[in-house]
Ligand binder design. Structure first.
Ligand SMILES: NC(=O)C1=CN([C@@H]2O[C@H](COP(=O)(O)OP(=O)(O)OC[C@H]3O[C@@H](n4cnc5c(N)ncnc54)[C@H](OP(=O)(O)O)[C@@H]3O)[C@@H](O)[C@H]2O)[C@@H](O)CC1
Ligand SMILES: Nc1ncnc2c1ncn2[C@@H]1O[C@H](COP(=O)(O)OP(=O)(O)O)[C@@H](O)[C@H]1O
Ligand SMILES: [K+]
Length: 472
């Protein structure tokens, strides 16, 4: 598992560690990690020795990290130039280290045009709001230069705790983050500014009483969650999932969701609805019956019959996944259920559920995924390039990073709903089913994309191998 911690907790962990270390040791660790990544980038682009690096330096320790890393690079034969957002307030120790190593402090931003790499040390976890004044001008000039940008700790201008971006902000190619991930590196729009995130361990420790803000499942976490049939398993003990999805108008949604559910580790799949799924999937049991979880909503349409099918499912006492049209039809009180509910909105559906705009959702995804979980008393899968999962009982949010834009194809959401439903019937908790489901869905996309452009049916076809690869 990877974790992201709140700034206040990072500061506390930093204080605790600093008290046990010689002064400046922590910044040296950060700077060493930063310089190592910078040197790797320079080497990949040609060579370290003889290359040119420009540092953007703010007024806090983030700028200090950049200056000390610049000194290390200068010691390896790199021409390092530092541009200071506020020369009177730049990190003193860092400035002298850079000068002593042969680096130069300059006022002319033209150095950016010759740079092989720009290091963004304008703002770190002390930043608030978008970049102001000279900070914004330096960032703008760096973008215009076209040089690759390496952000220190996080791209300057993004909110570390939320990923919100309320003004000018750096768009980095790579971000080196220290001690723990920052929530803003996992939540859009901030995460989309970070590029590839490299983690540098500086020895920060978090006591068990400190809750991370975000959890990011790794392959071994998903492996531990996926149900594995045992010697004495039978089809009913493995779980039966029911799907009330698809309609005469949207038959494809039923085929996709059912196809995915069949490959999600369950013992059997029941289908309730007007679509002929049995011709394509003879394994399916047509009609209702006892199930351990339901999926409802994908391709349901929005007519009276759709409402009837939705309410029938919501009236059951088993966990339910509500997707797509089901979310549009949902009366708020329908969530007063005896069993858990999972909802799988994209930003547009989330906006309708909360009576706000999709832009508001996209701008504050962490805030809104939590708000949805609270106000609907449901586990929420807020879909997008980085899908967030929140539960009604926990303030911890999970994020799925194992995905790619290949998933942005019609019917992809139906596949996800089928996978989550299957995992739910297989006995996973709603929170685990939703987060492992998002990972597995992402894995099908990444796998299918190896053979070229991908249709949602290819995600279904890739599910067995994606599952197998996770189990290896
Ligand atoms: N914690 C750790 O474990 C370790 C931390 N380390 C490093 O320290 C970094 C944090 O350093 P930090 O606390 O000095 O804050 P930092 O972000 O450099 O500067 C904040 C200052 O900028 C200003 N300012 C704010 N917003 C602004 C805006 N929008 N536009 C313009 N200016 C703005 C504001 O000043 P103001 O002008 O408001 O007085 C504020 O005081 C951290 O990210 C990591 O890199 C590592 O060295 C080792 C381990
Ligand atoms: N750019 C992207 N990168 C990664 N995943 C994406 C991206 N765009 C969409 N997705 C994922 O693809 C799926 C799309 O689902 P949805 O919006 O319901 O589409 P549809 O209704 O066409 O099935 C979601 O799981 C979402 O997280
Ligand atoms: K930065």
């Amino acid at each position: 598992m990877r974790y992201a911690h709140a700034v206040a907790d990072v500061r506390a962990a930093e204080r605790e560690l600093m008290a046990r270390l010689p002064e400046g040791a922590l910044m040296q660790r950060a700077a060493f990690g930063l310089a190592t990544v910078a040197a790797d980038m320079l080497r990949d682009a040609g060579s370290v020795y003889g290359s040119r690096v420009a540092l953007l330096v703010g007024v806090g320790d983030n700028g200090g990290d950049a200056l000390y890393a610049g000194a290390l690079l200068a010691g390896r034969g790199v021409a390092v130039h530092a541009l200071l957002a506020d020369p009177d307030r730049a990190h003193e120790g860092g400035l002298s280290a850079l000068r002593d190593a042969g680096g130069r402090i300059v006022a002319d931003a033209a150095v950016l045009d010759q740079a092989d790499l720009v290091v963004d040390g304008l703002l770190g976890i002390g930043g608030r709001g978008g970049l102001r004044g000279e900070f914004a001008r330096l960032a703008e000039a760096a973008h215009e230069s076209g040089a690759p940008i390496l952000a220190v700790d996080l791209p300057s201008g993004i909110e570390a705790d939320t990923g919100e971006v309320s003004g000018p902000a750096v768009r980095a190619d790579v971000t080196v983050t220290f001690g723990t991930h920052k929530p803003g590196l996992f939540v859009d729009p901030g995460a989309s500014h970070a590029g590839i995130v490299e983690f540098v361990d500086i020895g920060l420790e978090f006591p068990p009483s400190v809750e991370p803000v975000l959890e990011n499942l790794q392959v071994q976490d998903v492996r531990a969650l996926l149900p594995a049939p045992g010697r004495s398993s039978h089809k009913y003990s493995r779980g039966v999932v029911g799907l009330a999805v698809g309609s005469e108008r949207y038959p494809g949604a039923a085929l996709l969701a059912v196809g995915a559910a069949l490959r999600s580790g369950v013992g059997a799949v029941r289908y309730s609805g007007p679509v002929d799924v049995v011709s394509s999937y003879p394994e399916v049991i047509a009609g209702g019956g006892k199930v351990q979880a339901w999926v409802v909503g994908s391709g349901l349409g929005r007519d009276d019959e759709a409402v009837r099918r939705l309410l029938n499912v919501l009236a059951t006492d088993v966990p339910v996944v509500v997707d797509a049209d089901g979310l549009r039809l949902l009366p708020r009180k329908a969530f007063e259920r005896s069993a858990p509910t999972i909802i799988t909105p994209h930003a547009g559906e989330a906006a309708a559920l909360l009576d706000v705009t999709a832009e508001q959702i996209e701008g504050q995804r962490l805030e809104y995924v939590r708000r949805l979980a609270q106000s609907y008393d449901a586990t929420v899968v807020l879909k997008g390039p980085l899908t967030l999962i929140a539960g009604p009982q926990t303030s911890r949010v999970r994020v799925n990073t194992h995905a790619g834009p290949v998933l942005a194809t019609a019917g992809s959401g139906d596949v996800l709903a089928g996978i989550i439903g299957g995992l739910l019937a297989g006995g996973l908790s709603p929170y685990d089913a939703a987060s492992a489901g998002a990972y597995l869905h992402g894995a099908t996309g990444l796998l299918a994309a190896r053979s070229g452009p991908v249709a949602a049916g290819d995600l279904v076809a890739s599910l067995p191998l994606a599952w197998h690869n996770i189990q290896e």
